[in-house]
Design a protein around this ligand. Structure first.
Ligand SMILES: *Cc1c(COP(=O)(O)O)cnc(C)c1O
Length: 361
């Protein structure tokens, strides 16, 4: 996904101090048209000012020790003209669990959901939004844009080894363009370890991203799209991609994804894909998924996450041996599930599981 750091004007800043409260804040801006006409350096300076929260301390438990959590949520322009967010209540609930997992007060989930819906709605009213383009229907929304909403926590000032007791919640929005830019869907296993038993792998926290950033960079340098992590103890079972959950469709028609536990992040896309697959009669198993089994029995593989929805994996290389899945092109079930998910998200297919929630202003 092509992320941008063009933070939209409306942000939300909340704080815990015995209870949760906060405000929507309209940061400095011009009209979207005036901003896009600015010289590049002036626009960058404006974006940098909007990416600055002077009331928040620089030296704190988040910046020093990685005690921070975040979420990735998307708002999708609808075919009928509205703007809807995919399962924001799930993200708010996970944000609260993540914060509690790091020993800080969990965010009030209602406040968090309102901040998600309210920033996107207010920005859209100012014209900072992505407009629905019927052209997207031609490639089943593979090239469609959306709005990325990023809630994150930030601790109070601190330098001693301690936990955050009075965290902030900040929510910012940016535009994102399509993920599918190329045709490289080749993945490679990494011998780095993302998550260990009894660790923080199940928490969507800053600290979990150190190893994936390093491993993904190495994989990309070597010409791959994604790095695939194996389990810490036996180095035998597939766990996740760098920031996404892993699925393999076996040759016998069973769709398998690693079972949740302390080393797997409970992805909302993962959960949604399981629902969509089961709904069409595909047998889904959540269990340990051996690398050997994927390499010998896998017919299709893909990874899931908010960024791309589904990203096909056409081959997996382990210790120099490359194994292609099926014809070595994105699999039929992978693409069909992707199209169904995108169809629901962009409002061209019925939202039969009530996943989509309108933004608020
Ligand atoms: C966010 C994340 C995912 C995907 O979760 P979604 O809710 O589907 O976006 C998967 N793995 C890791 C490690 C993540 O941080």
């Amino acid at each position: 996904m092509a992320f941008t750091l063009s933070i939209y004007p409306w942000v939300y800043v909340g704080k815990y101090d015995n209870n949760w409260s906060g405000d929507f804040i309209e940061q400095e801006h011009l009209s979207p048209e005036e901003e896009s006409a600015l010289p590049a350096d002036e626009l960058e300076a404006l974006h940098n000012r909007r990416n600055s929260f002077p009331d928040l301390p620089l030296v704190n438990y988040t910046s020093q020790y990685g005690l921070g959590c975040f979420e990735g949520v998307k708002a999708f322009p609808q075919k009928d003209g509205g703007l809807k967010v995919f399962r924001p209540g799930e993200n708010a609930a996970r944000m609260a669990r993540s914060m509690e997992g790091l020993g800080m007060p969990g965010v009030d989930t209602e406040l968090c959901e309102k901040a998600i819906l309210g920033t996107a709605g207010r920005n859209a009213e100012l014209g900072f939004t992505v407009k629905y383009d019927p052209e997207w229907e031609k490639d089943s929304f593979l090239s469609a844009g959306s709005i990325y909403i990023r809630p994150f926590s930030w601790s109070e000032p601190g330098i001693g080894i301690s936990l955050s007791k009075k965290p902030w919640l900040v929510v910012v929005n940016t535009a994102v363009s399509a993920y599918f830019s190329g045709d490289n869907f080749n993945a490679v296993t990494t011998d780095m370890i993302r998550a260990t038993p009894k660790g923080t792998g199940w928490i969507k926290c800053d600290a979990n991203y150190v190893i994936p950033c390093l491993a993904k960079n190495k994989a990309v340098q070597a010409g791959y799209m994604e790095a695939i992590f194996l389990d810490a103890e036996e180095h035998k079972y597939i766990e996740e991609g760098s920031s996404c959950n892993f699925f393999t469709l076996m040759k016998d028609g069973t769709l398998v994804t690693p079972e949740l536990g302390d080393t797997i992040l409970p992805g909302i896309t993962r959960k949604s894909i399981i629902t969509l697959a089961q709904d069409r009669g595909v047998k889904v198993e959540e269990r340990k998924l051996a690398l050997e089994e994927v390499l010998s029995e896998g017919a299709e593989s893909f990874v899931t996450g908010t960024a791309a929805g589904i990203t096909p994996i056409t081959s997996l290389t382990h210790e120099g041996n490359k194994v292609s899945f099926g014809k070595g092109t994105p699999g039929e079930l992978s693409m069909s599930l992707l199209k169904e998910l995108k169809g629901i998200q962009y409002g061209v297919l019925e939202d039969r599981f009530n996943w989509m929630v309108s933004v608020e202003s």
